[in-house]
Design a protein around this ligand. Structure first.
Ligand SMILES: [Zn+2]
Length: 183
């Protein structure tokens, strides 16, 4: 459950050619995730517990998808500006501006691709909350249109279920998409 300054995304390919014109039925392609990358995200979520972990999955220039951890500075922001950053890192995350800038450079370079943004929900389920929805679309549209959102639950420092969500143009909201796991 990130705050309003956290960055989010939608998935373009999931509702492009595969999208239904029927507004009640949005057909989305499955998101392909490797077991290796999933394990890296699980490890990060456990390491960050009881705080939220956050990061991105990026396709490298050689085509390989790589997990990149991002620092969660929510706790520092909460200590500095508690009236604005009302949540602690247990229920929110916030990225450092320097890392956001690096991500922007990476996106602009054209040889990388932002595939997914992930965060964990310590002692909560793997849902995309109303707060997550709002933070992902601070100006009414997703900040990162090319990426899906992965949320993983961690309960008592044990990784649990995860779910992936993508932006639905038709419904103007993030919707869960199926996942294909690769070895
Ligand atoms: Zn969340």
């Amino acid at each position: 459950m990130p705050n309003i300054f956290a960055l989010f995304a939608r998935l373009k390919w999931g509702n492009g050619a595969g999208a239904s014109s029927d507004q009640m039925t949005v057909i989305t392609d499955p998101f392909t995730l490797s077991e290796t990358n999933l394990e890296e995200i699980r490890e990060h979520a456990v390491a960050a517990y009881p705080n939220e972990a956050c990061g991105v999955l990026v396709r490298m220039p050689d085509g390989r998808p790589a997990v990149r951890r991002m620092a969660n500075i929510q706790e520092e922001m909460h200590a500095k500006l508690p009236e604005h950053f009302t949540r602690t890192a247990k229920t929110a995350y916030c990225w450092d501006q320097a890392e956001i800038d690096q991500l922007e450079e990476l996106r602009a370079s054209g040889d990388h691709k932002l595939l997914a943004i992930y965060h964990s929900h310590p002692d909560h389920g793997a849902y995309f909350s109303d707060t997550d929805q709002a933070a992902a679309t601070p100006f009414g549209e997703p900040t990162y249109p090319e990426a899906v959102q992965l949320v993983i639950s961690v309960v008592e420092a044990e990784p649990r279920e995860f779910r992936i969500f993508s932006w639905s143009e038709a419904e103007h909201v993030y919707v869960e998409v199926p996942v294909t796991l690769l070895d």
